[in-house]
Design a protein around this ligand. Structure first.
Ligand code: ACO
Length: 292
């Protein structure tokens, strides 16, 4: 029932304080280990920034990148409300590191050859862990923003799709390249793509593996904003700051409601709104009533 959904949902939101992320001693992600993978993670007050930082390879990603993203999600400092995902250099990300397709792969960071000999269960367990690196970006307790310049190809496009919002530079080029390479997009990108552009457009984009430029992206719902390349940094910062304007608990509850809306009837959604508002009103006014 709707009230059942609202119940545990509310608990999940509040469990963030004492949940996985708040595990005492979990510690901050290790910057040196991340640097080797080509990732940076920085926290400035309530805003965290994840930077793909291997510009000489156009921020190509490996299995290690995705495990590190999962680790960041698991250990995200409690105060963080906005997560910016960006890329250093001319491109957001050229997708999976093409060395992963070679027999030797990327030293210490995996190869498809090694994955291909695994049984289904082990293989899927690995991919499930990689997908965790993308899924946490939808947590109701945060808002994630992808800042995309240049190419966002394959895994790069999917990382942008994993975020709640996308702000694109005018030179952004999005491309779901996986089917052209004999693969499927499996880093959680297919659902947000269909949700945003519809099934027909998603089929067309994926099965042609064509480039979607920034103007088209804005028109078809893949970008909230398009800005000149030189303004991407400042515009992202401005959006991140604007997202801090609302009450934290109300923002989390509202994001949860919005996420449920597409799967609910109007009546179910109305019930979910009532249940969420009961929690808000109690939190805001019970003290006043008790006191008076
Ligand atoms: N993996 C590893 N290295 C890469 C990758 C990649 N995906 N993309 C770029 N690089 C490297 C290049 O090899 C080159 O290295 P070099 O300087 O040692 O020669 C360097 O990054 C710069 O790349 P260029 O191609 O010179 O840069 P350009 O700006 O002309 O083109 C582009 C950028 C379009 C992204 C091009 O590099 C490209 O097509 N890359 C491959 C994209 C791809 O097919 N990704 C896989 C998608 S599927 C998936 O993600 C699951």
């Amino acid at each position: 029932s709707v009230s059942d959904e609202a119940g545990p949902g509310t608990q999940r939101a509040s469990s963030r304080a004492g949940g996985v992320r708040g595990v005492p001693g979990a510690g901050a992600p290790e910057s040196e280990r991340f640097a080797e993978i080509g990732l940076r993670f920085e926290v400035d007050g309530e805003i965290a920034t994840i930077t793909l930082d291997r510009p000489e390879r156009r921020n190509a990603q490996t299995f290690a990148t995705w495990s590190a993203l999962a680790e960041i999600g698991r250990t995200l400092p409690e105060q963080v409300r906005v997560v910016v995902v960006r890329g250093e250099g001319p491109s957001f990300s050229a997708g999976i590191d093409l060395r992963m397709f070679t027999p030797e792969g990327v030293p210490g960071q995996g190869s498809f050859a090694a994955e291909a000999v695994l049984d289904d269960e082990t293989f899927e367990r690995h991919v499930k862990e990689f997908q965790q690196g993308f899924l946490w970006l939808r947590d109701p307790g945060i808002v994630s923003v992808a800042a995309v310049q240049g190419h966002a190809i394959g895994a790069g496009f999917q990382l942008a799709l994993a975020c709640d919002l996308r702000i694109l530079a005018e030179d952004a080029k999005l491309c779901m390249k996986e089917p052209a390479l004999g693969l499927v997009p499996d880093l959680t990108g297919t659902k947000p793509l269909v949700d945003l552009v519809g099934l027909s457009r998603a089929v067309e984009i994926c099965l042609t593996a064509r480039v979607v430029d920034a103007g088209e992206a804005a028109r078809i719902g893949l970008a909230e904003r398009v800005v000149p390349a030189g303004e991407l940094r400042a515009a992202t910062r401005e959006l991140a700051t604007a997202l801090l304007a609302t009450d934290r608990a109300a923002a989390a509850a509202t994001k949860r409601l919005l996420q449920q809306a597409a799967h609910h009837t109007i009546e179910e959604q109305a019930a979910a709104e009532r249940a969420a508002q009961a929690v808000r009103v109690r939190a805001l006014f019970r003290g006043a009533v008790d006191g008076g």
